[in-house]
Ligand binder design. Structure first.
Ligand code: NAP
Length: 281
């Protein structure tokens, strides 16, 4: 497997198997990290309207030596922008900030934001309609969701004409969300793994050092490889130059099944996913 290799999505398009996270990175720091990532061979950048860095992503993509069509950009609809009209405007805003004619993948960031708690189903259905219209005119290539549990997906599928291709959820050795992963697999939806390093908390799990040593790899490499071997799509974030390369060197070793199971057994050791129906945002 190579860094540019991808998973085929349920619409026939391909998504690179490793993405580059940008949450909590902004301005020059974010831009520089993306430039390093593109230089290291990453071809998939994960941003969101809520990260306030779509402009940085757009600038880095333009400044890099890599043609736009070789880069896969994911962005996410902000929690305040649900509903048909707001979503239509928000898509235009993302296109403007990213300075690109199309978005590769657009996700509804959270299924049940606080502003829409009374009518989240309808708000999602309306947003989806606006997103489907953007697909029809080539402004978005692929649609997906994030933080959706099975009941949110069931509700969306009642009215969706285009099926979501990706569900981006928190997935790492501490939180494997088995029910949602199973649902996604059964519906041909890719499991994209956000916070694959537990936003840094994964390094506190002692057992991982011994296992990493066994494979002569870092903990980050071990955990990202574990994610790939589960057929997840990990999205590690770093703004540190060496780590950009380190996190990409995960395609030339295999974790034995017995060690995969050991890592699976670390559930709950470094935090867990938020309940999307009660998040305070
Ligand atoms: P993460 O990738 O799990 O961990 C990032 C943290 O680990 C940073 O503190 C980083 O530090 C550190 N780190 C990275 N590589 C390392 C290495 N090789 N050795 C030691 N430390 C390392 O965290 P995340 O940002 O929560 O999640 C990743 C991406 O998923 C986000 O950036 C975002 O794109 C996406 N995400 C999506 C959602 C959603 O709701 N859909 C939510 C959260 C995140 P430095 O940066 O200082 O190097």
């Amino acid at each position: 497997m190579a860094l540019t290799e991808g998973y085929q999505m349920n619409n026939g398009l391909t998504i690179p198997k490793l993405g580059f996270g940008t949450f909590q990175a902004q301005d020059q720091e974010c831009k520089q990290a993306i430039l390093w990532a593109l230089e290291a061979g990453y071809r998939h950048i994960d941003t969101a309207q809520g990260y306030k860095n779509e402009e940085d992503v757009g600038e880095a993509v333009k400044e890099s030596a890599v043609p736009r069509e070789e880069i896969f950009i994911t962005t996410k609809l902000d929690n305040k922008e649900h509903g048909y009209d707001k979503t239509k405007k928000a898509i235009e805003e993302s296109l403007r900030k990213l300075d690109t004619p199309y978005i590769d993948l657009m996700l509804i960031h959270w299924p049940n934001p606080i502003h829409f708690r009374d009518n989240w189903k309808q708000a999602n259905a309306e947003s989806w309609k606006a997103m489907e219209e953007a697909v029809a005119i080539g402004k978005i290539k692929t649609l997906g969701v994030s933080n959706f549990l099975p009941h949110h997906l069931d509700a969306l599928l009642e009215t969706a004409n285009i099926k979501p291709a990706v569900n981006q959820i928190l997935l790492n050795p501490s939180e494997m969300q088995p029910e949602t992963v199973k649902y996604n697999n059964e519906h041909n939806i890719i499991n994209a793994a956000y916070s694959p390093l537990g936003t840094g908390k994964i390094f506190e799990i002692d057992e991982l050092s011994d296992l990493a040593e066994k494979y002569d790899r870092s903990i980050a490499q071990l955990v990202l490889r574990w994610s790939l071997q589960h057929a997840f799509l990990p999205l590690p974030k770093t703004v540190t130059k060496e780590r950009v390369w380190e996190n990409a060197a995960i395609f030339d070793f295999d974790i034995e099944e017995v060690d995969m199971q050991r890592i699976d057994g670390l559930a709950g050791r470094a935090g867990s996913a938020k309940d999307p129906d009660t998040v305070p945002f």
